[in-house]
Design a protein around this ligand. Sequence first.
Ligand SMILES: [Zn+2]
Length: 382
Amino acid sequence: MQCPRCLNTNKEFFYHGSRGWYCRKCISFGRRMLEEICEPISLSTSTDGSEEYIMKYPLTRAQKEISKTCASFIKEMDVLLFCVCGAGKTELVLESIHQCLKQKKKVCFAIPRRQVVLELQQRLSSYFPNAIVVAVCGGYTDITDGDLIVCTTHQLYRYYQAFDLLILDEPDAYPFKGNPVLHGIAKTSCKGHIIYLTATPDQQLLKAVERKEIACLTLNERPHGHPLPVPVISIHTRFGMFIRLIQFLKKNQYKRIIVFVPTIRMANLLGDILKVMMDVSICTSKTANRDQIIERYRRKKSGVMIATTVLERGVTIPGVIICVYYAEHYVFDLSAQTQMAGRAGRTFEEPTGEVLFIQNERSAISEKCIAMIKEANQGCVA
Ligand SMILES: [Zn+2]
């Protein structure tokens, strides 16, 4: 027996109710019998899809090539778009989306984190002004049908076998990462092919590429052509680490600096200490008005933002300097480190940046992260 929604096959999770079989693994997504889950949902199409998408900036030569290749591969198989942070990965799938909409096919853009959904819906609406682009996430579930659906990976349970093209953005991000139920639900929402978009694919994806089940396209270049900033490791005693941090903050006092720390407790503690000396904002998963705090920080010319990994993705602050405090801590895995370092040097105006890893001891992960960034930088033009 297999659950058609989350693909669970473990017998222990099935139970027989008064009317039929249920799967306990995904029951929190709606109490439906297995047969009921299998009923396909019907979605409407409004656009004739003949219109071209509109872009403010043209794609670079490398982006164009990948975008075209992806649109042709996706007709036959799943594709992994393995692109460095800041490569403009959303723009790379516009051609694939366009090809599908033209044939009145259903497209979904799914992202693990809710914050990004509304922003992405607006961006995609501006690229496809004639298509109905709907956002579906917590608080936005009244309208669930459109030509192009932008949703959290949690909301995919609504769309059994509904999509001809599913774009899974950042499948290595929490809470999708390592969650077999969400993985299963994503797979069963798509009757066509999937594009995985990430700078930091997990082993599972890379193995699927090795087995040639998924095509892999790599883009190691940001649109501005400058190399990715390579992190510098600085190892000290605990006290020495703090001194190093203060020196670094003083040196860059006229810039904006994000200091990533491993725990909320450390974020608050460090915030309290540094507040005496400088302008400090704090952003953790417990920060109530996170969006406003980020927006306010974005408008400043200088100042320190202390953040946990909650800020590791999706944030672009021009000219920002990055410091990772206790970079060897286990919460900073390879993907987190790469994403945090990837916040620097993202814009055309300020394409370079500085990344410092302050550590208490050596870490194989930091070294691997640096090696990977250096490798990606090989062949950069600027
Ligand atoms: Zn299930």
